[in-house]
Design a protein around this ligand. Structure first.
Ligand code: COA
Ligand code: AMP
Length: 630
């Protein structure tokens, strides 16, 4: 069957389609049906009983794959490689799960995981799912304040962490960040478990912190606990328009079914193959495609601790693909742009044997046609853009290599996947004709594996995703579908920006800037960047009578964002202006400001209060090296 038959087959009978896919999962109690019309947006396989860790680990040991590598850790930063077999992974997760149970962590309890790219991060996630605890992984590049916000929202019983992360040339000590976060948070976890890495030994707080090895060494291994199909497997916080992140909930059964389907049908991966997603466990790509999906499918996953360039050079990706026989490779376009910048002719690619590689998958931000072309020319495999979000957990639109490689149109992530009825809507919610730009929405229900709600925030879930277009899920992206059904993702419709494939909230940064005593008003926009796609840029209006020099205030707000959100925000530039361009009702015209910064043509907003403010912005931007008004 080709893509068209598969998609139409799903559309004709979604219930039968998903019940068929569910057969690939080991159930403790099989679902009697797929879709349940309950909860704010529907639920999947809600009457089943199942365990994620069993499906990702134990069943493969039982099926004779115990000696196969489940995880290969490759760290060009430490110069080490390590392989963990499915049998070893089973033993490690069972012992950690047993130790957590012994300390009172059980079904539905939350556990925060703050870990770098080491196998123990996956062990921690799987150990939680083994006993029905709900994990929430926080990206290591986030600062203490962001961790504190997540601790208060998730209210974890425990934190599982490592002593440090490793950035090129820098050891990032995690314990001081964790201590500060726990101090700031109103909720206090019962205990923390620290994995001491050889690069840095953290000082443990007596009575609260325990050493990972001692903690799980003689623990009684825990069995897999069956949980209800709609039990949350995890919470993953993602950026919204405000400083309060959204806790995306992932329900267990749909997650298993959808991820398993995606491995074979989108990525062309079978049990025994090697799959590599060069992302981080702190992001959704890391949850779905470093940890869960490859393991559920019985494939080997690569945990890579390094960067596309500089660890040690722009050939690192190709070395890893060669050394471990990677079949499908997934990264962000930014990473390829970084490699291309260092090695424009792809000279280093020739140094490696890439015969195992069948395709390169790109997601996380728009894949610009130049980057795709470069990768196609030099890697000589299909380069597949696919589009999805933390909320969906797997691709909304892709080129399903495992079903049929469709003709690639550069700039388009191709077609919707089964489960997603993608529509382009006007402001009033009416479907728009082909090739017309509009809001991208998905007709409800969303497929298995997507979010059923936000953690402790059903109202926000409805408001953010369901209320604007009744009967649809609002993606927050704008774009169009061409005459042949190819989808194009053009921009966000909200104040979320995308920096090096990392989703960041300009609202969160504005909250930090506004907290500076000299700042009366501020705005943050995303401006085009040839490497990272977008970079944040701040505008500051200072309070009357402030005597601190502008440059000093800018330096201080840059330090504040790094300290309160984290280095990953990459907030490096701000300009002081007298006033911000606004509509007559007081809304800051961020999109117009971004167009001016990028030197793009723009229409004067009809509702602008004072057009002269745009000229002032253009002058200020020119002063810091931007092209200014087109
Ligand atoms: N822990 C602590 N700090 C971290 C971190 C982590 N896990 N990850 C990133 N940082 C820090 C970096 O050290 C850097 O700090 P600096 O300001 O002191 O230099 C900052 O956060 C920004 O990091 P990053 O976005 O990685 O940019 P970079 O300039 O170091 O590297 C690229 C540029 C393009 C090589 C890099 O962004 C990259 O690899 N991108 C791929 C993105 C990706 O995989 N995204 C996942 C979505 S699929
Ligand atoms: P995240 O939740 O971090 O995965 O970010 C999701 C957002 O990243 C989407 O809503 C898009 O704005 C953007 N995005 C992800 N993948 C793509 C893609 N292939 N093309 C264009 N934008 C993308």
């Amino acid at each position: 069957m080709g893509y068209r038959e598969v998609y139409e087959g799903w559309k004709a009978d979604p219930e039968a389609f998903w019940m068929e896919q569910a057969r690939a999962i080991d159930w403790d109690r099989a679902p009697t049906r797929a879709y349940f019309d309950q909860g704010p947006a529907g639920e999947w396989f809600a009457d089943a009983m199942v365990n994620t860790c069993w499906n990702a680990v134990d069943r493969h040991v039982e099926a004779g794959r115990g000696d196969q590598a489940a995880i290969i850790h490759d760290s060009p930063i430490t110069g080490t490689q390590q392989s963990v077999s499915f049998a070893e992974l089973q033993d490690q997760t069972a012992r950690l799960a047993g130790a957590l149970s012994a300390r009172g962590v059980g079904l539905g309890d939350r556990v925060i995981i703050y870990m770098p790219m080491i196998p123990e991060a996956l062990v921690a996630m799987l150990a939680c799912s083994r006993i029905g605890a709900i994990h929430s992984v926080v990206f290591g590049g986030f600062a203490a304040h962001e961790l504190a916000v997540r601790i208060d929202d998730a209210q974890p019983k425990a934190i599982l962490a490592a002593s440090c992360g490793l950035e090129p040339g820098r050891v990032v000590e995690y314990k001081p960040l964790i201590d500060k976060a726990i101090e700031q948070a109103a909720h206090k976890p019962d205990f923390t478990v620290i994995f001491q890495r050889p690069e840095h030994a953290a000082t443990l707080v007596e009575g609260r912190d325990v050493d990972w090895i001692a903690f799980q060494d003689d623990a009684t291994p825990a069995d897999c606990v069956p949980v209800a199909g709609n039990h949350p497997a995890y919470i993953l916080y993602t950026s919204g328009t405000t400083g309060q992140p959204k806790g995306v909930v992932r329900a267990t059964a749909g997650h298993l079914v959808a991820l398993n389907w995606s491995m074979k049908n989108i990525y062309g991966i079978d049990a025994g193959d090697v799959f590599w997603a060069a992302s981080d466990v702190g992001w959704v790509v890391g949850h779905s495609y470093i940890c869960y999906a490859p393991l559920i499918a019985g494939a080997t996953t690569i945990v890579f601790e390094g960067k596309p360039v500089g660890t040690p050079d722009a050939g690192t990706f190709w070395r890893v693909i060669q050394d471990h026989g990677v079949k499908s490779f997934f990264t962000a376009p930014t990473a390829i742009r970084a490699v291309k910048r260092e090695d424009p002719n792809g000279a280093l690619i020739g140094d490696y044997d890439l015969s195992s590689l069948q395709a390169l998958f790109l997601a996380g931000e728009r894949a610009d046609p130049d980057t795709i072309q470069w990768a196609e020319d030099h890697l000589k495999v299909p380069v597949i853009d696919h589009w999805w979000q933390t909320e969906t957990g797997w691709a909304i639109a892709a080129n399903p290599l495992g079903i049929e490689l469709l003709t690639v149109r550069k700039g388009s992530p191709t077609h919707p996947m089964p489960g997603y009825d993608v529509q382009i809507l006007d402001e009033a919610g009416h479907p728009l004709p082909a090739s017309t730009l509009g809001a991208i929405a998905v007709k409800l229900p969303l497929p298995p594996g997507t979010l059923p709600t936000l953690w402790n925030a059903e109202g926000r879930f409805r408001k953010s995703y369901l209320d604007h277009f009744p009967g649809y899920y609002e993606t927050g992206d704008a774009g169009y579908v061409d005459e042949d059904g190819y989808l194009y993702i053009m921009a966000r419709t909200d104040d979320v920006i995308n920096v090096a494939g990392h989703r960041l909230s300009t609202g969160a940064m504005e909250e930090v800037l506004a907290g500076h005593p000299a700042v009366a008003e501020c705005a943050v926009i995303g401006v085009a960047d040839s490497l990272k796609g977008q970079m944040p840029l701040g505008f500051l209006c200072l309070k009357k009578g402030v005597e601190t020099p502008d440059a000093q205030v800018v330096k201080e707000v840059v330090a504040r964002v790094r300290d309160q959100i984290g280095p990953v925000a990459a907030f490096k530039t701000a300009v002081v202006v007298d006033r911000l361009p606004k509509t007559r009702s007081g809304k800051i015209l961020r999109a117009t400001m971004a167009k001016i910064a990028d030197g793009e043509e723009f229409k004067l907003p009809a509702t602008i209060d004072d057009p002269a403010t745009l000229d002032e912005i253009a002058v200020a931007l020119k002063g810091v090296g931007y092209p200014g008004k087109a």
